[in-house]
Ligand binder design. Structure first.
Ligand code: NOJ
Length: 489
């Protein structure tokens, strides 16, 4: 039998914005627990929970102060245990986030370091180099006694020193803590960042955040990170039930990315090359082919992802709901594992007009155009939103996008996802491309065919067979359809 994760659909829950169980305007673990039937009914295989650990929330939980406890804003450790157990009763696996590149500045280790004790757990130097933070500005902050510490993200997120054995040991122990509690895996934050090159060489030019994922940068994707992933894989494999590791890794080429999912490393890596491809038949086909080939070269499954809590939602990126619905059918027909970001099943767009005073993302403080608040607006459960006083305002016109408004309505985006998640299991085997008109893609897997029209004009695909599902009238502009046909190839 195929291991569960090789073709799983994993639903990303951005905890703060998913569901509010205690009515304080911030999503929480009991809120998620209440919505497990919704997730099970949607037809996903697993949920990935973004960080819910104790944190000052300088980067909304990606600044962890205690890796073994739940932030009171989100609940208690008992709530986490209950959520994991109940998810399992619904046959949903649970993946949690682990943040190993940096801690919070409030972490007891960093507090000790500030007092001048055990600084070797972090990266302190007498002089900074020229590295820049991914969020903008210098990657170094000076402390009272004159030394500087490295933070590739916010100053409140000091980078750990992974050459320090205590750091390595601590994280293995944290993995075991959550595995013992029953989690099915980890999404590894900044999986490409933990190891820094000896001597911390200067880069010699600015705009370094823009280089990430496009060209080599000395602070990311150093070969030394793979030894850590191998050690973690041994920990995962020592537990029953195929517990997995998913790399959030940015590498300059698909080949470099494939190294994170070699057989003795992590199981999956997010496919950001797919996410960033434009709505264009030729470009998407090229990304699909290269993703399949590079993953196959190391025996790993591909993953497909269209949105997450760090990027503009794809309804807005692609420019229309029609395209986003078609993209969903394209994505869910591909071989491998797919990620669904909360709210994409409702067709939510990016919120582009949040009042500046409510925006909280640290990235936005430095560059207002790249803020990530607009993709983190709480999920509308009911026409009235279902939130007492949501931490970010929910647009009034989301009433008709709410779960309540779409539930059971034929043709709604929610019902499209439900049907697609049910039917996608019928796609089996390798992807075979078929000739199709310019600006379209047609591929089959077994007897099932996916036909996508990326153009602004209707197309006659000339396919005969049973129509299983369509994002619009089959062949319509910016649409996709699934059919069962006898293949010609
Ligand atoms: C990637 C996370 O997805 C993002 O939200 C966070 O800001 C950075 N890593 C730093 O932890």
């Amino acid at each position: 039998m195929t291991a569960w994760w090789r073709d799983a659909v994993i639903y990303q829950v951005y905890v703060r914005s998913f569901a509010d169980g205690d009515g304080d305007g911030v999503g929480d673990l009991i809120g998620i627990r209440d919505r497990l039937p919704y997730l099970a009914g949607l037809g996903v295989d697993a949920v990935w929970l973004t960080p819910f650990y104790r944190s000052p929330m300088a980067d909304f939980g990606y600044d962890v102060a205690d890796y073994r406890d739940v932030d009171p804003m989100f609940g208690t450790l008992a709530d986490a245990k209950a959520l994991i157990d109940e998810a399992h009763q619904h046959r949903l696996r649970v993946i949690v986030d682990i943040v190993p590149n940096h801690t919070s500045a409030a972490h007891p280790w960093f507090q000790e370091a500030l007092r001048g004790e055990k600084r070797d757990r972090y990266i302190f130097r007498d002089q900074p180099n020229d590295w820049e933070s991914i969020f903008g500005g210098p990657a170094w902050t000076q402390v009272a006694d004159g030394q500087w510490y490295l933070h590739l993200f916010d100053p409140a997120q000091p980078d750990l020193n992974w050459d320090n054995e205590e750091v390595r040991g601590e994280f293995e122990s944290i993995l075991r803590f959550w595995l013992d509690l029953g989690v099915d895996g980890f999404r590894v934050d900044v999986a490409h960042g933990m190891v820094k090159p000896a001597g911390l060489p200067d880069i010699g030019k600015g705009n370094q955040a823009r280089m990430v994922g496009r060209e080599p940068v000395p602070f990311f994707d150093n070969d030394g990170v793979h030894e850590i992933h191998r050690a973690w894989r041994r920990v995962l494999d020592s537990y029953p039930g195929e517990r997995i590791g998913v790399a959030e890794a940015w590498a300059p080429t698909p080949e470099r990315l494939a190294r994170y999912v070699r057989p003795d490393e992590l199981h999956q890596a997010f496919n950001f090359h797919y996410l960033f491809a434009p709505w264009d038949a030729a470009e998407l086909r090229a990304v699909i082919d290269s993703s399949l080939a590079t993953a196959a070269s190391v025996g790993a499954p591909t993953t497909w992802v269209l949105s997450n809590h760090d990027v503009k939602r794809h309804v807005t990126r692609y420019g229309s709901l029609a395209r986003a619905r078609a993209a969903a059918l394209l994505t869910l027909a591909l071989p491998g594992s797919a990620y669904v970001y909360q709210g994409e099943e409702l067709g939510l767009p990016e919120v582009l007009d949040l009042p500046p005073e409510v925006c909280r993302d640290p990235q936005r403080l430095r560059d207002p155009d790249s803020g990530r608040d607009g993709c983190r607006v709480p999920l509308p459960w009911t026409r009235e939103s279902g939130w007492a006083d949501p931490w970010l305002p929910i647009p009034a016109d989301w009433a008709e996008l709410s779960v309540e408004a779409q539930d059971g309505v034929p043709g709604s985006t929610l019902e499209l996802y439900r049907a697609a998640l049910r039917l996608r299991r019928s796609f089996e085997g390798e992807l075979i491309w078929h000739d199709s008109p310019r600006g379209t893609l047609v591929f089959s897997r077994g007897e099932l065919v996916c036909a996508v029209n990326f153009t602004e004009t209707p197309v006659d695909f000339g396919l005969e067979g049973e129509l299983l599902l369509a994002s619009d009238e089959p062949g319509a502009a910016n649409s996709a359809a699934w059919l069962k046909v006898k293949c010609r190839a």
